[in-house]
Ligand binder design. Structure first.
Ligand SMILES: [Zn+2]
Length: 471
């Protein structure tokens, strides 16, 4: 929270001043009746438990939903029923094929000098070890760059261990650097003929929960056996290695298929006079399978569905269409976002704005946009509408929109970010500890209020958030 206070003082005033100077687009005025609706939406969001009930239902009745698994298929059925029960129109599933990977066994043990088990999670796309496992000497690298610089002869036949740590930040800024090792370790290990790859988990906790995650090899077929150690197990291995040679046995068994079905589940509130113009709210339906995918991303599913539901319950529907997209197979390669952008390519110029809620369930503290040049006035209006929810921070960094929005963003769709407080997000992310109890219902309600605010404002106004040339 300290970071937020500092950022507020440092950023709010200069940004507000910059916004006031922007002049080119038509004035972004919020009419009094729209302002009144925003206030009602906010009050109802802060008094409703709908989002919590949605994520409770998903995590309890479906549970883990690995991309392409029967769990993910049940999640699609659940989502169709949920979206219909919430009163959305045009509820449908758009299916696509993905490669499938699942670990059926994942164990590791130090065999010498101090035999003991270690807590690991196989990385998505990991190869299976030979029957009986792979046993070899471990070689430790403090960072990915140290591994990349290592001569092949020092690595061949050994188990490579990348011991890079991740730092906790409110906006998840440590994730990009930490996640690089998930892709790099198996790749370098394969290229230099290592026996296997182990990484310190991409996570900020001190519990014995290893963090799952894609290694980038799922679509490429068999690589090397690759796994993440929990943070305390990585500490233990590092301490032993500082004393001398360590041998380790890894057993990973996996199940793979070249093509299985995944899909995006879609529902809408059709606009009353510009139904072909779309405000897209996204989240992803799939999860890793150690936990029940509560913060990643059951919370996001619940936030966007509950926000849209509040708008649906208004006496008059908004002018533009609000489209909910619950993406499939995000975790294993952002397949749902790619399929949506491909399938709806002709419609993308009519997408007014898009974003995905996919950073847990903490309170939103920051707002960013990537609108067209000259649209600072609109950005400022959205930001001002969030102030009663204590979203006080913005800056000039462009929004990403979220992983599944990436392909749309590349195609020119304006995007925004409502950044949640993620200080503890990577304590639970992709672990067995990602469960419903980690969600604070009050923080979830604040999220719903913020998403309803942005969605309604974007759908009720005629603001064009693209750059002037694209209008
Ligand atoms: Zn996610």
């Amino acid at each position: 929270m300290r970071l937020i206070t500092i950022a507020l003082g440092a950023l709010l005033l200069p940004v507000a001043a910059a916004h006031a100077q922007a002049t080119s687009p038509p004035p972004a005025v919020v009419p009094a009746n729209v302002q009144g609706v925003l206030e009602r939406l906010r009050a109802r969001a802060l008094a409703s438990n709908n989002a919590y009930e949605i994520v409770e239902s998903l995590t309890t009745e479906v549970g883990p939903r690995l991309a392409g698994s029967p769990g993910e298929a049940r999640a699609r059925d659940w989502a169709v029923a949920m979206l219909r029960a919430q009163g959305f129109e045009n509820v449908r599933v758009e299916t696509f094929d993905i490669p499938y990977w699942r670990a059926t066994r994942q164990t590791a043990e130090i065999t010498a000098p101090a035999p003991q088990p270690l807590a690991i999670a196989a990385l998505g796309g990991s190869a299976s070890t030979p029957a009986g496992g792979t046993e070899a000497e471990v070689i430790r690298f403090a960072s990915v760059s140290e591994l990349e610089a290592a001569p092949a002869a020092s690595i061949a036949g050994r188990i490579v261990f990348v011991d890079e740590r991740m730092t906790a930040t409110a906006d998840g800024a440590g994730y990009g650097a930490a996640v690089r090792k998930r892709g790099a370790c198996p790749r370098v290990a394969r290229e230099r003929r290592a026996a296997a790859c182990l990484i310190r988990s991409v996570g900020t906790d001190s519990h014995r929960f290893p963090h799952q995650g894609a290694s980038g090899a799922i679509a490429q077929g068999a690589g090397v056996p690759a796994a993440a150690l929990s943070n305390p197990d990585a500490d233990q291995l590092a301490r032993l290695l500082s004393r001398g040679r360590v041998r380790l046995r890894l057993q990973i068994e996996t199940e793979t298929q070249n093509r299985v079905q995944s899909g995006n589940v879609i529902g809408e509130i059709r606009g009353r006079d510009r139904p072909d113009e779309i405000v897209l709210l996204g989240a992803h339906l799939d999860s890793w399978d150690a936990g029940t995918g509560a913060i990643d991303d059951g919370a996001g599913v619940a936030i966007v569905a509950a926000a849209a539901r509040l708008i649906r319950d208004l006496p008059r529907r908004p002018r533009r269409t609000i489209r909910l997209v619950l993406f499939g197979a995000e975790e294993t390669g952002v397949f749902g976002g790619a399929d949506y952008a491909r399938r709806h390519a002709n419609e993308l110029p009519k997408h007014v704005v898009a974003s995905e809620s996919d950073f847990g369930a903490g309170r939103i503290w920051r707002y960013r946009t990537r609108f067209g040049a000259g649209d600072e006035g609109y950005a400022a209006r959205f930001f001002a509408a969030l102030a009663p929810l204590e979203v006080f921070v913005t800056d000039a960094q462009p929004a990403s929109g979220g992983a599944d929005i990436g392909a749309m963003r590349e195609a020119g769709v304006p995007v925004f970010d409502l950044t949640q407080n993620g200080l503890d997000y990577f304590d639970y992310h992709h672990t067995a500890d990602d469960t419903l109890d980690k969600i604070d219902p009050a923080a979830l309600r604040q999220n719903v209020a913020a998403w309803a605010t942005i969605a309604y404002l974007a759908a009720e106004t005629d603001w064009n958030l693209r750059s002037a040339e694209a209008r």
